[in-house]
Design a protein around this ligand. Structure first.
Ligand SMILES: Cc1ncc(COP(=O)(O)O)c(C=O)c1O
Length: 443
């Protein structure tokens, strides 16, 4: 054991006990593998939970959170206006499974905010949204090949479980039929020349390119505008669909997400996280002629339309209500919120890089995102998930750096996180100070 693990273990005895119980009833004690970290994860106290920028664990520790519910909680944890809306809505039932006025209101908000969103279909997760977006694209183009980027994460759906982690040419999981992923290929991120060449080679059968405009799990790296422009132009030229996976960037990079930030409009986009205002959601939005393939008013044979079930819990009234409350608030306070969280994101990126200069740290991110990376060598440029995986010490980031920050009262994921409106500038300063101390403690 190292001294940083010892300190963590000393502070988290109840978490340790819960982990022992959890392992007996859940594989590895978790329900999403990124939530595990050695020696065992920190457990939130279900009766205290989280408020604003803080989370409260079962051992009575209070931490400043930068993971913010997988980046979903842009207004911080338990924001009062959203909690009020939720409480009010609870009175009327938790689930109806019948169309309602709330879904119309939320769909109208999305339609008005997101440039490509001529039509909207809600589901319950981002994974489901990307699965349906790909299905729509294949049906619309009557082609098979989907292109994603090396290191891109779109949830665990089969079609897109390709080239997520290096080495990108090997299967991402047991249990995936080679036949099922045969028509999903990958492009190098931010490499215009090579990506264009691969697209050209596949142009006859190109159904879609799906891309996170800022890779999230892959390292908080923004696509270069020129790279996205080329993808837009080539998909148009070759008759393929461009899908922006905006599950993370939607309503975060700007109110209208990456489409506003880059000024590039895809044919389809997938949304999730922030859209649900802290409740489960996913959505496919985009061109009317494409989403129309799921339109039940059209008289078509089943094999001519797209099966796109939103799921039992889609348009759940609680989610619709928290989604409406969140988007309305973001829309109302847009000019205050985005400059504020983006300025804090920049401060975190610059401050952390400076604080960890001795460690030769590089900080990636854009807007309110930041991630710290530990390159093996000096003078590296981190332009893609592949660079993160091959040129930096991700174990050091996700184990040592993470535990050392936990010991100092900060919760991060992938070496960083996303700033919310609940964070204070003083908390960014404290994070930078803590990193500076950690820098002097690390080898
Ligand atoms: C870019 C992106 N797409 C899709 C997903 C999957 O969303 P969900 O976890 O809601 O299924 C995620 C989740 O982290 C994501 O980051």
């Amino acid at each position: 054991m190292t001294e940083f693990s010892d300190e963590y273990i000393k502070k988290t005895s109840r978490s340790r006990e819960l982990f022992e119980r959890a392992k007996k009833v859940m594989p590895g004690g978790v329900c999403h593998n990124i939530r595990y970290f050695p020696p065992y994860p920190l457990y939130i106290d279900g009766q205290k939970g989280a408020k604003g920028s803080k989370i409260f664990d079962v051992d009575g520790n209070e931490l400043v959170d930068f993971w913010m519910g997988h980046y979903a909680m842009i207004l911080g944890h338990a924001p009062q206006p959203i909690i009020n809306a939720l409480k009010e809505q609870l009175e009327y039932g938790t689930h109806w499974g019948i169309v309602n006025d709330l879904q119309v209101e939320l769909a109208e908000l999305v339609h008005n905010i997101v440039p490509c969103a001529e039509l909207v279909r809600f589901g319950v997760s981002g994974t489901e949204a990307t699965m349906y977006a790909v299905r729509l694209a294949r049906a619309f183009t009557n082609r098979k090949t989907i292109m994603k980027v090396d290191g891109g994460w779109h949830g665990g759906n089969t079609d897109l479980s390709v080239a997520i982690h290096s080495p990108y040419n090997l299967p991402e999981s047991a249990g995936l039929l080679p036949e099922a992923t045969k028509y999903t290929k990958s492009l190098p991120f931010n490499d215009i020349e090579f990506a264009s060449q691969i697209l050209r080679e596949n142009k006859e059968d190109l159904a879609a390119v799906i891309i996170e405009p800022v890779v999230g799990a892959g390292g908080a790296i923004p696509a270069e505008k020129e790279y996205l422009k080329v993808l837009r132009e080539l998909t148009e030229e070759f008759g393929g669909i461009l899908i922006f996976d905006e599950v993370i960037t939607g309503f975060r990079l700007a109110l209208a997400g990456a489409q506003e930030f880059y000024g590039i409009i895809p044919d389809l986009a997938t949304l999730g996280k922030i859209l649900g205002g802290g409740m489960p959601i996913g959505a496919v939005v985009g061109r009317e002629d494409i989403l129309d393939l799921a339109n039940p008013l059209k008289e078509r044979e089943k094999w001519e339309s797209v099966l796109m079930g939103g799921g039992t819990f889609s348009i759940n009234p609680l989610t619709m209500r928290t989604g409406i409350a969140t988007l309305s608030l973001l829309q109302r306070d847009e000019t205050k919120i985005y400059p504020k969280i983006n300025a804090m994101g920049l401060k975190a990126r610059q401050g952390l890089e400076k604080a960890l200069l001795e460690q030769n740290v590089k900080c990636t991110g854009v807007g309110s995102f930041f991630q710290v990376h530990f390159p093996f060598q000096e003078a590296v440029t981190l332009k893609s998930p592949k660079d993160i995986e091959t040129l930096t010490d991700t174990k050091k980031r996700d184990h040592e750096f993470k535990l050392r920050l936990l010991n100092k009262g900060f919760f991060v994921m992938h070496g960083g996180g996303a700033v919310s409106t609940a964070h204070k500038e003083s908390e960014i300063n404290q994070l930078i100070e803590a990193a500076s101390v950690i820098g002097s403690e690390m080898e």
